[in-house]
Design a binder for this molecule. Sequence first.
Ligand code: PLP
Length: 374
Amino acid sequence: MIYLDNCATTRVFDEALEVCNIYMKEKYFNPSGLYRLSKKTEEDIDSARKVIADVIHANPSEIYFAPSATMANNMLLLSILSKNDKKNIVTTYTEHSSVFKTIKSFKEKREIRYVKINEDGSLDLDDLKNKVDENTGLVSIMQVQNEIGVINNLEEIGKIVRDKSNAIFHVDGVQGFIKYPINVKKIGIDLYTISAHKVHGPKGIAGLFVDSKLKLQEFFHGGGQEKGYFPGTENVAGIMGFKKAVEIYTENRDEVVDRVKAFKKKLISELEKIEESSINSYGGSDFIVSASFKDIRSEVLIHYLENYDICVSSGSSCSKNNRSRVLEAIKLSDDFIDGTIRISFSYFTNEEEINEFLVKLKEGVETLRSMVRR
Ligand code: PLP
């Protein structure tokens, strides 16, 4: 199988899986217990907080665990926005649904200001300057866009937010964590969300950074785990597998980025040769290539590739009324939007896979076009 849908999820590192196994079969103790084995488990969890904190330059006590980044984003935003004030919210149309929809659910109660997106998907920083003011209560802008890979300039964005407001600054870091360095303290980020299964850790475990100066409303009721933010018995196996994945990825990060950079370059130069194609991700993350093909429906192309055991994802939702907000924001023409696919690399992607994918993709585009253009 050639798996090129690594923005959706990644294969778990063998070493991380082994660690999960140990914590399920041998060290399965509830960290809340009073006996020594439980205490040790609690210490192990704290060691995972430290590993994650080091990557983003936070303090270990500011790292919390959650079941998914979706839940973490929801909890953080709901907790902030449920406060009974009238402050405006600044965000973008290109946020992940877990942010976009959560914020949108406050549209009757708060003014939501969407920052303009340039045609390459980057944020219009002048517009951001105009939209953030002393009445802004929350700014939520992601690190790396998950459909087209734009990397937002968080240093610049953070400076604008800090200069113009006292807003809480939330960053969804799911597609950027480890791959692109970040210093949450230097930038002035208050909240940052990450997810284990995007970096070769297990599913069902995510992390969040909450700056120690913030005290969020406790949203869920229970045993008070994770300082009350995410109560419930900790997913120790998941947390420890996550830790292992972060350690391995961090150690090899530079090498992986160099490798996928070359894949992206090659892929783009070959995709450009396909007539009536559009590349939607020239810059940005080296892990993501979004491309569109006129007169092709992405779901048909995806199934064509699937016949050869190749997995990629569609770059947009194909029902007419539910088009990708992101592709619309970059003003991709209608002719191309429905024929968009996203190819995303990982630690494990290799050159032969890219070569074989290119052969099958070219064949697929040609075959499908010859059918629809008859
Ligand atoms: N944020 C971004 C940018 C994502 O790409 C994703 C998943 O695709 C999420 C949040 C949600 O992550 P999870 O699968 O952990 O809920």
